[in-house]
Design a protein around this ligand. Structure first.
Ligand code: AMP
Ligand code: GLY
Length: 413
């Protein structure tokens, strides 16, 4: 199949790796990709958020399936533009992508569909935000309404910090103040063709920058899959009470969700609650979910893109587990220092590297952003997978680079 993968992160590198593993016959191109992706498939330097440019490229190159990795092209309507020209695309149109692009929209859909989520108040002024902050009390949860690249959410016991966060994001739009939900977090990905869904294997992401869940929220510092501690029937319950009602609500409104429904969940004492939806594969969870996928990925994505998921069996996963740890630049997430060389990548064994923010400069990899790469390992158990990942991270050197040392630690013990 001729496949175009849009995006430039470790998630897209993991998607490309999974497609290549499944068949040597795919012709895969990534746009714009990164230095790691460019090492395995051709990349083209086009702006993935430009509807016209992406669509023309797909037409000119007889692309049979476009896989949209990040949220920005979705929210920009790239999927709509491609679909209008009859090109199969894995990724929702602009209207359905608002499930991720607007937290207010997501809450409204959840309310209408009867999906369990925390209480939330939308504030358009600082006065309303402060009132909501005081109504729910500590710990305070304050979120930017729109896309904020992982920086829009603050969870804190510090009332002044909560107010300052609200004040900052009110400069960009509305904010949501939410009830704090306590419990383990789960990321569950569901493939959707607009009517039917198929679940992938659950994963857990580590959102905070530092060990023991300290430090600021980030885009994600590591992940593991599966989650052996989940109660029986968890996936079925999410499908019945969360995913299908959400998909049906969007279909009823004439905005079918075709792509990946990312359910960000908290397992509270009172049951499963949605903390967020995303309209795309999660990063870094994809790096641990796809290496375990046994069913060919392209077939699943194409079936979702063309309305043919109904009746397909659930995707199969290996019994091996997977762990990934993200190497971040000094200063990430606040103010990453970039341009520094990364060494040792050629010397690691028994792991795969998913590049995120790297470039090749005179034959040498350099870090070009905050989250630089993900080191991924699979193994029969978590202790073995962790050992492989951390052995590789001992070899990979990036001045000032940092990573969490406790990814999947609890589950390995
Ligand atoms: P989000 O971008 O909405 O996923 O939020 C980032 C992180 O903030 C989540 O992964 C949670 O760890 C935390 N968080 C978000 N909303 C809540 C909530 N209502 N209660 C507790 N923690 C939350
Ligand atoms: N891992 C969190 C996200 O992809 O949004």
């Amino acid at each position: 199949m001729r496949i175009l993968v849009l995006g430039s992160g470790a998630r897209e590198h993991a998607i490309v790796t999974a497609l290549l593993r499944e068949s040597e016959h795919h012709q895969i191109t990534a746009a714009p990709g990164n230095a790691g992706i460019a090492g395995v498939v051709p990349v083209v330097g086009l702006d993935p958020t430009r509807n016209d440019i992406v669509t023309q490229y797909a037409i000119d190159n007889d692309i049979e399936l476009v896989v949209i990795g990040p949220e920005a092209p979705l929210v920009a309507g790239v999927a709509d533009s491609l679909r209008k020209r009859g090109i199969a695309v894995f990724g929702p149109g602009k209207a359905a992508a608002a499930l991720e692009g607007s937290k207010t929209f997501a809450k409204r859909i959840m309310d209408d569909a009867g999906v369990p989520t925390g209480r939330a108040l939308r504030a358009g002024t600082l006065e309303d935000a402060v009132a909501a902050i005081d109504e729910y009390g500590a710990p305070y949860v304050v979120k930017a309404d729109g896309l904020a690249a992982g920086k829009g959410v603050l969870v804190t016991d510090d009332r002044d910090a909560a107010i300052a966060h609200a004040s900052f994001w009110l400069g960009h739009g509305a904010v949501l103040v939410e009830e704090f939900l306590a419990g383990q977090e789960v990321s569950l990905f569901l493939l959707s063709d607009g009517q039917s869904v198929l679940p992938l294997s659950p994963a857990q992401d580590y959102k905070r920058a530092l060990d023991n869940d300290e430090g600021p929220n980030t885009g994600g510092m590591g992940a593991y899959s599966p989650l052996p501690w989940l109660p029986d029937g968890f996936v079925d319950e999410v499908i019945e009470t969360i995913a299908l009602p959400t998909i049906r609500q969007l279909a009823t409104e004439g905005t079918p969700f075709i792509g990946l429904l990312y359910c960000g969940l908290i397992l509270t004492d009172n049951g499963i609650r949605v903390i967020e939806f995303n309209a795309r594969f999660g990063d870094p969870e994809t790096q641990v979910v796809l290496p375990r996928l046994v069913t060919p990925l392209s077939g699943l994505l194409f079936a979702a893109a063309t309305g043919q998921l109904g009746g397909l069996p659930r995707p199969e996963f290996s019994s091996d587990v997977a762990v990934t740890v993200v190497l971040a630049s000094a200063g990430y997430p606040d103010d990453p220092i970039t341009g520094r060389p990364i060494t040792g990548l050629a010397d690691v064994t028994d792991v795969t590297i998913a590049h995120a923010a790297t470039a090749l400069v005179r034959g040498e990899f350099v870090a070009t952003g905050g989250r630089v790469l993900s080191v991924v390992a699979t193994a029969p158990d978590f202790a073995a997978a962790r050992a492989k990942v951390y052995a590789a991270l001992d070899i990979i050197q990036l001045e000032g680079g940092h990573y969490r040392t406790d990814i999947a630690k609890r589950v390995a013990e």
